[in-house]
Design a binder for this molecule. Structure first.
Ligand code: CTP
Ligand code: MG
Length: 333
């Protein structure tokens, strides 16, 4: 391991850039699909606002953070200030409202960790999940979208990493591997270390909200930063190599926490994440940008950490040696 830390990137890595970029292009949703999602948001908002005029419906997750593949599911969040009703009551009433609004396959899931209503809209053919008052997710969705606007390489890198994670089955939080959200944060962090992205939360705050006692503040005028990474000539293939090389051979799993909030690596000690507490094992530590006690790696256990690290090494070695990395990388697990 030690010797591989300083291994130089293969000299001909850029030969593979066109094929990685064409994989990226093939995963991007069409304008038509994005328009349909907006249409669904508008029609559902209209139905729900009739009953709850002070509520607001937001898109969040992959369909709004700009890291969504085509045909990915749609996540919606209903923000509603009703002191009388519990979340479960709201979910049940919401299901009734949607039923009356002619939506199909309506399923209130009140016992899930995050209670939701599932539905299908016959007009657009889209299915979606609606949760209630999960505003932190709406705010972190905006942060990811804002980062994606600064340098196009973030979106390219994150799409390919997500595609790799889905192909290799290491994007399943219920099985103990990482969420798509965590992978995007890992990509942002790498680009911050390479000065291709700034650290928006360390800059003067132009966007400030408080959600469940978490202060969310950062510089969101990202149109002023679209030259930020221009000094770097790194291509998406080189960044992919760097991503996997970092997680295979450079990251110190015993000591380090990656933090896009600070744009740095911080210590587990400082976060008090050095030992298992309850179900949080902290075997790979990824700080949530706003909910600072939340380790996005907490789902990983002593079995899945091995699987993850083996997959990082496999990917790093493919990018280093394989004659056809853009095929081998995504070989189904
Ligand atoms: N989220 C979160 N905390 C987590 C996981 C997810 O706040 N630990 C929120 C984020 O706002 C994220 C959204 O839930 O954007 C959806 O998460 P996820 O399914 O991981 O990401 P998607 O971008 O929807 O990816 P996919 O394309 O795989 O559906
Ligand atoms: Mg999703």
């Amino acid at each position: 391991r030690f010797q591989r830390r300083n291994r130089p990137c293969r000299y001909d890595i850029d030969r593979f850039t066109p094929s990685f970029l064409s994989i990226f292009e093939s995963l991007v949703p069409s304008e038509e699909e994005i328009a349909k999602q907006k249409q669904l948001l508008t029609s559902l908002s209209r139905i729900i606002n009739k009953e709850w005029p002070n509520s607001k419906l937001y898109l969040y997750g992959s369909c709004a953070n700009s890291f969504g593949f085509s045909n990915s599911d749609i996540d919606l969040c209903l923000s509603i200030d009703d002191k009388e009703m519990s979340k479960v009551d709201i979910i049940l009433k919401l299901a009734d409202i949607l039923q009356a609004g002619n939506l199909q396959n309506i399923q209130p899931l009140t016992r899930a960790r995050v209670p939701i209503v599932k539905l299908m809209d016959p007009e657009t053919g889209l299915s979606c999940d609606i949760c209630v008052n999960n505003l932190l997710a709406v705010v972190n969705t905006k942060l990811l979208r804002d980062y994606a606007q600064i340098d196009r390489r973030l979106r390219q890198l994150a799409f390919i990493v997500k595609h790799w994670a889905k192909s290799r089955r290491v994007n399943e939080t219920y099985q103990g591997t990482l969420s798509s959200y965590a992978y995007v944060i890992m990509c942002i962090h790498l680009l911050q270390l390479r000065r291709i992205l700034p650290c928006l939360q360390e800059m003067e705050a132009t966007y400030l909200v408080t959600v469940d006692e978490n202060n969310c503040a950062y510089f969101d005028q990202v149109d002023k930063l679209n030259n930020y990474g221009a000094h770097s000539r790194d291509t998406v293939s080189r960044l992919l190599w760097a991503f996997f090389h970092y997680w295979a051979y450079e990251h110190d799993y015993t000591r380090d926490v990656i933090s896009i909030r600070t744009g740095r690596i911080i210590s587990k000690e400082r976060k008090d994440w050095t030992r298992r507490v309850g179900n949080d094992r902290h075997l790979i530590c990824i700080e949530d940008p706003f909910e600072l006690t939340h380790d996005l790696g907490r789902v990983v256990d002593k079995f899945t950490i091995k699987i993850l690290r083996e997959e990082f090494e496999r990917a790093a070695n493919i990018l280093q040696f394989d004659p056809n990395p853009s095929v081998a990388l995504f070989e189904p697990y």
